[in-house]
Design a protein around this ligand. Structure first.
Ligand code: PLP
Length: 402
């Protein structure tokens, strides 16, 4: 814990927002900062959650621990997300993908060699530091073995920048690494193409590495040519774990339900089964996702539920479109927002916390400074499309006066 840099990004943003609000009580602050969902769970899925709660109040339908998750839910996730390619003992139900990432970091332990996209979702790095796998020695790596430009010692950062079209140079991956890869990406909004994922899988196989593929935003992909899961690539079963959840698709950020796929073909370099170790670890430190949430999850997989997920993600993509248009009108170059709920805007020559402060002070709009996601985020701001439509419209109007 002592090796972690400053605070976790989002509490720090909340602190700065509180400070500003205290000094300017008249300001109506709008948040385009965090990735928290804002819209209510839609009726079919919400009805199933209510029904799930009711079942607990009835002796005939009451259920206690369901450690591994409902078999029907595991089978349904395999069918809907992976064309039935996985057995139920390869799909593990969780209380969310972040929680699974933390448990994976426990599994990989302090000796893991960690490689991340830079910028990246903070838990890949911070969780690795907490697990003891990074941050030893120098407090921050200014050049040397982290790939340069700051960040934690012991973590290999793979910059994703406009120059490489937000897909990293994979040649830096060392033997036996754990590679965190997120697509659609938080924070950049970039989505890897199938040939790019094929290159990632090839690099993992070449180096004997394991990919932790974070598909938390897969439901935002609208371009049919873009892969929604890493398992669309041949060979991925031998080198990749995928994590996902209903958080950003069905509005389950506060309900908590996700899953991880750990194929049986995946082995550690010593030949041990990752699937068996993961099953053992999960049974040791986790007592299963809420039964109520799992009933909601089942409804999210049927036709009506799928339609609600589509409607929910369409709504946030509509917000993203408004934000992109507003930034375009200001000649601010940005990517993302078409197949993801995040827009990554570039402010050349500026520090991201400075731009964050300017947007808060002048427009009363909270964003996320790119530096919080890694060294390569220094001159970027992330805009989140999670918000009520009226707030997004108002924020875009304010920004247009810039
Ligand atoms: N992965 C990414 C890339 C995210 O942005 C988030 C949340 O913002 C998560 C995982 C965590 O989601 P949850 O734990 O709610 O499934």
């Amino acid at each position: 814990m002592g090796r972690l840099e400053a605070g976790y990004l989002f509490p720090e943003i909340a602190r700065r927002r509180r400070e500003f609000a205290a000094a300017h009580p008249e300001a109506k602050i709008i948040s385009m900062g965090v990735g928290n969902t804002t819209e209510p769970v839609l009726p079919h899925i919400c009805g199933a959650l209510v029904e799930g709660a009711r079942r607990l109040g009835n002796a005939g339908t009451y259920s206690g621990y369901a450690d591994e998750g409902l078999a029907e839910l595991r089978e349904g996730i395999s069918r809907v997300y992976y064309r039935g390619a996985f057995g139920i003992d390869e799909v593990f139900i969780s209380d969310g993908s972040k929680c699974d990432i933390g448990r994976l970091q426990t599994l990989f332990g302090a000796d893991a060699k960690v490689t991340v996209q830079d910028p990246s979702y903070p838990v890949y790095v911070d969780g690795s530091v907490v697990a003891g796998a990074a941050g030893r020695g120098a407090a921050a790596c200014e050049d040397g073995d982290c790939g340069g430009g700051g960040g934690y010692a012991g973590i290999r950062y793979m910059p994703c920048t406009p120059e490489n079209n937000y897909f990293p140079d994979l040649s830096v991956i060392e033997k036996d690494s754990v590679i965190y890869f997120c697509s659609p990406n938080n924070p950049t909004g970039a989505v890897a193409t199938k040939p790019q994922l094929a290159a990632l899988v090839a690099a993992a196989i070449r180096t004997g590495s394991i990919i932790v593929y974070d598909a938390a935003y897969s439901e935002y992909i609208r371009d049919a040519a873009l892969p929604r899961t890493i398992y669309e690539v041949d060979g991925a079963r031998n080198c990749a774990i995928e994590v996902n959840s209903f958080s950003k698709s069905a509005g389950f950020t506060g309900v908590r339900l996700g899953w991880s796929v750990v194929p049986k073909e995946l082995l550690f370099s010593g030949g041990e089964s990752v699937n068996s170790d993961w099953a053992r670890l999960v049974a040791t430190v986790f007592n299963g996702a809420s039964n109520i949430a799992q009933y909601g999850g089942l409804a999210a997989l049927d036709d009506e539920g799928r339609a609600e997920i589509r409607a929910m993600t369409d709504f946030y993509l509509g917000n993203a479109h408004l934000i992109r248009e507003a930034l375009k009108a200001l000649n601010i170059s940005c990517i993302g927002g078409d197949n993801s709920p995040y827009i990554w805007a570039r402010f050349p020559g500026r520090g991201s916390w400075d731009v964050f402060a300017e947007l808060l002070e002048k427009y009363h709009v909270v964003t996320t400074p790119g530096r919080g996601f890694g060294p390569a985020g220094e001159t970027f701001i992330r805009f989140s499309a999670f918000g009520h439509r009226a707030d997004v419209e108002e924020a875009c109007k304010r920004l247009s006066t810039r």
